[in-house]
Design a protein around this ligand. Sequence first.
Ligand SMILES: *[C@@H]1O[C@H](CO)[C@@H](O)[C@H](O)[C@H]1NC(C)=O
Ligand SMILES: *[C@@H]1O[C@H](CO)[C@@H](O)[C@H](O)[C@H]1NC(C)=O
Ligand SMILES: *[C@@H]1O[C@H](CO)[C@@H](O)[C@H](O)[C@H]1NC(C)=O
Ligand SMILES: *[C@@H]1O[C@H](CO)[C@@H](O)[C@H](O)[C@H]1NC(C)=O
Length: 353
Amino acid sequence: MSSLRMEFNLWYEYLSLYYIIAVYLLPAVAVFLAARKVTLYHWDLPQALSEKGGWLNDNIVDWFTDYADFTFRTFGSKVCDGKCGITLNIGYSKANQSSVRSDVEAADRAMQFDLEVMRNRVKERSEQQNLTTSRLPAFSQENIDELKGSSDFFGLNFYSGGNVIDSPTRNSEWNSQDTPNFFDDKATAGGRHEPSWTGSGSNWLFSTPELMRAVLVWIKNEYNNPDVYITENGFSDNTGQLNDAARVDYYKYYINNVLQAINEDKCNVKGYTAWSLMDNFEWGRGYLEKFGIHYVNFSDPERPRVPKDSARLYQQIIKDNGFPAPEPENSAVISIPNVTTWILVLIGYTAFN
Ligand SMILES: *[C@@H]1O[C@H](CO)[C@@H](O)[C@H](O)[C@H]1NC(C)=O
Ligand SMILES: *[C@@H]1O[C@H](CO)[C@@H](O)[C@H](O)[C@H]1NC(C)=O
Ligand SMILES: *[C@@H]1O[C@H](CO)[C@@H](O)[C@H](O)[C@H]1NC(C)=O
Ligand SMILES: *[C@@H]1O[C@H](CO)[C@@H](O)[C@H](O)[C@H]1NC(C)=O
């Protein structure tokens, strides 16, 4: 237990570091003036808890409750009028061919698996696998009542989408895992790659700006138009180069599609955050895949940060509170009025509604 306690203490220390960054340092950066975001959990479970089964251990509910209680008690008063929500990471799945029924069903299934686990499908497949109960435990009525309406917003991490097809025996890296598993239940695979999609420094990431709008519309329709905060959106390369034209295009067209979702589709998007401020340690990809709008020289002990072209674009969008007058060759660009109170690139919502 003592190692568990130590992990928790370490965790708290990290947390206070994030807290210091969030509360004292970030406000100095113009884009963070009005919005403070505190993250309770982002992938990194303390090792001691992982070794006890992590999220698959029912006790995680109590562990996380203790941790959240501590956090709210300690920092709550500093985050006035806070909202509490959860972020989901989604890739928008489009039917490879809209005329092919199994493609359409596969696309819907892929979306459902990214956003909420498909209860009926897992139950059916559990039965096929001769299990006496579904692998997915059911919520009790008490759980349902407790959870209903408990999230103030829908946090969305979105980078890329793609065409999908039905693939009952998906032949991929995931299939080497023991079945049953998430991907085996999902049973979809990537389909046609469209020529207009620009590749990135990550094999899973293509620039698909129109799917940014599509995913927002999907969330609006599926979840009764909740408040949405885009908590991550960005583009990688392997070079960290300062002239990052592909990233500039990515942000320009993705943010513009967010704007169209707000103005034309009436999606309740309340905030937008780019991933990432600077080149960072990118989970399993280490330092190889760079998402920063600032370059970091990792060979220099001082770790200097240099703005890339994308940082200038982002700064300009914030400064202008939107985009310049429509470029004639791209009718998708919309100009929006200047309102100074927006947070981050909190685009157009107040102005138009
Ligand atoms: C389930 O049981 C049936 C009947 O005994 C058998 O034919 C089938 O192979 C079993 N399926 C699995 C996945 O074990
Ligand atoms: C995806 O769609 C294209 C046509 O747009 C078709 O040629 C291709 O065969 C489809 N891919 C799969 C795997 O079905
Ligand atoms: C990174 O830092 C190293 C060590 O200071 C230096 O030699 C190198 O020129 C720097 N690279 C860039 C791209 O600035
Ligand atoms: C936006 O409005 C503010 C306040 O009215 C003004 O100071 C600023 O110059 C305007 N910015 C632009 C780009 O028009």
